[in-house]
Write a protein that binds this ligand. Structure first.
Ligand SMILES: Nc1ncnc2c1ncn2[C@@H]1O[C@H](COP(=O)(O)OP(=O)(O)OP(=O)(O)O)[C@@H](O)[C@H]1O
Ligand SMILES: [Mg+2]
Length: 332
């Protein structure tokens, strides 16, 4: 496959289940070596899309290519390119961990010699060495998740698709999985779905948010913040003539700066204020210099507030619902 071809290309994907449209004209591409986070509320269509991408579910219409091959016409070959950890991670309860991974490795075409070395590596990476001889049916949920992740990366496929890989893991394990996924960056193309937004933000190069089967928004986490909020926010703790003198002083610093919210003064006379501006660049230093030099005010703290991806998610899915619920022909 040529180097500039995207690893995954999805165009106008549609899937309906008995009249319910689960995926509605979804299009996106994933570059080689990119880590894409797939976010959406329950029932958004994440798992359905992932099942179609991996060749386990046929679409009603639209095209999916993985490493240049169409999933519709080459589903067996495509399955060889992908390490897939499905939702709920079905595993055989009566097999031992290493026995199961060995069996899956053989099915994936790894030679016995290579498999021995790789199995050790993967057991180590997924922190599974302690339980390698345990029967899968006796493992806790978190360990079962890790067996699923180990299986997905076992044959070092060019594409990894994991449906909520960190669900049910404790915070320590979430860190391990996050590092594991980050270690794949640049080497494998990865799609993961998750409800844990800060984690997606830390691990993923790009985030795609879907709601009711449609792509609501996509982009780098920082760009999404800008797109959804369109402004920056600062919090400051300040005493002095904040009611009359401050708004005018702020406008002189930057015409779009205004006070969005003001708290009550504390015993020392300091109020917590929230400022917003459409300016994207950091005004922290300018604000600090101007307000500290102004004898009418005493400044105790200044902080630029970064909206979390959670805020982006809520704002963009709300926007999606608005678009879906809006009467036909209504312009927004
Ligand atoms: N086998 C099925 N038969 C009928 N409807 C289905 C089936 N699988 C999914 N759906 C419906 O398709 C829609 C999308 O479901 P999907 O499982 O893809 O969502 P999801 O984003 O993965 O949600 P979750 O976060 O809960 O896992 C939902 O309305 C769901 O009820
Ligand atoms: Mg799902």
């Amino acid at each position: 496959m040529s180097a500039d071809l995207p690893a995954i290309e999805v165009r106008d994907l549609v899937k309906t289940y008995a009249g319910v449209t689960a995926v509605n004209k979804v299009s996106f591409t994933v570059a080689r070596g990119e880590i894409l986070g797939f976010l959406g509320p329950n029932g958004a269509g994440k798992s359905t899309t992932m099942r179609i991408l991996t060749g386990y579910l046929p679409a009603n219409s639209g095209q999916v290519t993985v490493c240049g091959l169409s999933v519709a016409t080459h589903s067996d070959e495509v399955k060889n390119f992908i390490g897939y950890m499905p939702e709920n991670n079905p595993l055989p309860d009566d097999m031992r961990v290493s026995e199961y991974l060995h069996y899956r490795g053989r099915l994936k075409g790894l030679s016995r010699g290579k498999l021995g070395v790789r199995l050790d590596e993967v057991l180590d990476l997924c922190d599974l060495k302690r339980v390698r001889h345990r029967i899968i049916g006796t493992l806790s949920k978190g360990f079962r998740q890790r067996v699923g992740i180990a299986e997905a990366i076992l044959a070092e496929p060019p594409v990894i698709i994991m449906d909520e890989p960190t669900i049910g893991l404790d915070p320590h394990q979430i860190l391990i999985v996050r590092d594991l996924i980050a270690s794949l960056r640049g080497r494998m193309t990865v799609i993961i779905s998750s409800h844990i937004l800060p984690e997606i933000e830390m691990t993923c190069d790009r985030v795609l948010i879907i709601n009711q089967g449609r792509v609501v928004t996509q982009g780098a986490p920082a760009d999404l913040r800008r797109e959804v909020f369109g402004h920056s926010r600062y919090e400051l703790e300040i005493a002095g003539d904040t009611a009359a003198a401050l708004p005018a002083a702020l406008v002189r610093i930057e015409p779009t700066l205004h006070i969005a919210d003001a708290g009550e003064p504390d015993a020392a006379g300091f109020r917590k204020l929230s400022l917003t501006t459409v300016r994207d660049d950091d005004l922290g230093e300018t604000l600090l210099r101007a307000l500290a030099a102004d004898e009418r005010f005493r400044l105790r703290a200044l902080n630029r507030v970064q909206p979390s991806l959670e805020d982006v998610f809520l704002a963009s899915t709300r926007r999606g619902w608005d678009a879906v619920d809006a009467p036909k022909g209504a312009s927004k």
